[in-house]
Ligand binder design. Structure first.
Ligand SMILES: [Fe+2]
Ligand SMILES: [Fe+2]
Length: 283
């Protein structure tokens, strides 16, 4: 169904969870596999600063938002702040396990400095595109049980919790973008969002590949072997990047909205299997 809007009965519920506190770090926490571990660790290295940037970019345009969107922006902010908090802890464990994330974090700083030097609408557009990227990765992570099947339980729970909330708030940056650009023609909006998505995707692939290769180098895997293993993991098996391609393309359709695909049943299912005490956070 093409609804082109966030469902009116959607509730965004920040779940104040903490993961793996006091547990020792395991270097290859995904199936004892350095490649799979590098894939997730390289992503996690970007989250604390990246998600703070998302929050700042969306909040810059909350002025004049209707009550529903204003409430959703608040809940989105609370969720992202908690994601950053948990990924800071997660990243500390990767460092404790012997990885040096400095190069990966420096790359994030450089990208963010460049975007922040432009008009704030560019930051919002980049956030809207990256939130779609995050939501489709989250959908794939929760929808295909083989991902993280053999990972350390607490770490897998952290990633699933994060994925649940990324799906839940996937319309917020998009709706804020629609609100902020309400004076533009449909054509102009589309052309900006398409260009930004292409650029963001290019940067995501270049930067995350560099991050994965750096972490593999720290495990003694270098050169063509490292490239082969990385490409195999990302595009063949389990092939997460290949599997999200259809959803990525849907972003360019003229009537796209993140909630055209209502994947809330996936949230309910993942939440049931996640279990544990989930204290709703104050919003
Ligand atoms: Fe997040
Ligand atoms: Fe998000």
């Amino acid at each position: 169904m093409t609804r082109e809007a966030t469902p009116t009965d959607l509730t965004i519920t920040p779940r104040d969870r903490r993961f793996g506190r006091g547990l020792a770090a395991n270097r290859w926490w995904v199936a004892n596999d350095p490649v799979a571990t590098a894939f997730y660790n390289a992503l996690s290295a970007t989250f604390p600063k990246g998600e703070a940037f998302f929050v700042e970019s969306v909040r810059a345009f909350r002025e004049g938002a209707d009550e529903k969107l204003a409430q959703e922006i608040k809940a989105f902010t609370t969720q992202e702040v908690m994601h950053s908090r948990e990924h800071v802890q997660f990243n500390k464990k990767a460092v404790d396990a012997g990885y040096d994330l400095a190069k990966l974090e420096k790359r994030v700083d450089e990208r963010l400095a460049l975007v922040r030097s432009k008009h704030p609408i560019v930051s919002l557009a980049a956030t809207m595109a990256l939130e779609h990227f995050t939501a489709i990765l989250a959908h794939e992570l929760l929808g295909t049980p083989c991902h993280l099947a053999d990972a350390d339980a607490e770490a897998a729970a952290l990633w699933r919790w994060h994925a649940i909330e990324e799906i839940e708030h996937k319309g917020v940056a998009y709706d804020t973008w629609m609100h902020a650009t309400r004076g533009m023609t449909r054509r102009k909006r589309w052309s900006i969002k398409a260009k930004v998505m292409l650029l963001v995707t290019r940067n995501f692939l270049v930067d995350r590949s560099a991050g994965v290769l750096e972490l593999l180098r720290q495990d003694g895997i270098t050169g063509a072997k490292a490239w082969r293993k990385m490409i195999w993991f990302a595009f063949v098996r389990p092939g997460m990047m290949r599997k999200i391609m259809g959803a990525w393309v849907s972003f360019f359709l003229p009537r796209f909205h993140p909630w055209n695909h209502d994947d809330r049943p996936l949230i309910a299912k993942a939440e049931a299997s996640l279990g544990g005490e989930s204290k709703p956070a104050f919003v």
